[in-house]
Design a protein around this ligand. Sequence first.
Ligand SMILES: C[S@@+](CC[C@H](N)C(=O)[O-])C[C@H]1O[C@@H](n2cnc3c(N)ncnc32)[C@H](O)[C@@H]1O
Length: 211
Amino acid sequence: MEKQEIRTFGRRHGKKLSARQNLLLEAVLPTIKPANLPLNTSMILEIGFGSGEHLREISRQMPDKIIIGAEPFMNGVASLLSAITDTNNSIRSEYKNIRIFPDDVRDFLHNTDSKFEQIWVLHPDPWPKARHEKRRLLNAEFLTLLSKHLTPNGEIIIGTDHWEYFDWIIEQVKHTTLTATIPDLATIHTRYQEKNKAGTTSPKYMVLTNS
Ligand SMILES: C[S@@+](CC[C@H](N)C(=O)[O-])C[C@H]1O[C@@H](n2cnc3c(N)ncnc32)[C@H](O)[C@@H]1O
């Protein structure tokens, strides 16, 4: 990281990993880090993929594109690795286009010139307490960083069921050169959203583009 940044995520480690998950982290993860990315292939980035349900879905939908996921929560990374490998611990053919950056996405973005057709951020940690507001990832500075990593027609797709955070992000966008539109997207499935089934709010989405 170029400067010490405020931490935007909670835990890096949760409950104890299985022996297989530890093996996958040691043996498979290093082989699918986003290094030496091709210049002539379209790429998609998902930030904070959790357990990777949505990441796997878009990987299957867009087999000709490279799908990069960034997630510092190692249990989530291990869950994704379990889901994309077979019993021989080889990456399943339908997931060969996935690359994983197992850390803070800002470390990745500060060290690459790569541009993305789509950047997804689904259910970013809302940090609802006022004293934690500085931990919100989608502030104007970060959105400006994302805008520099978009292809000419690229878009940033953000979804959250925390409507106050949604409005806060819209305010942050005003301090950038990005333009926000509110799409009529079908509900996008992620585990976080499932957990909140009994919650009172449904997700709202915005799409940000360079004007
Ligand atoms: C509330 S969870 C949502 C996970 C997933 N998108 C879903 O909808 O199930 C937010 C995720 O963002 C990740 N996160 C927070 N700050 C991040 C950062 N700077 N870089 C990458 N991921 C981050 C957290 O580790 C966490 O897994």
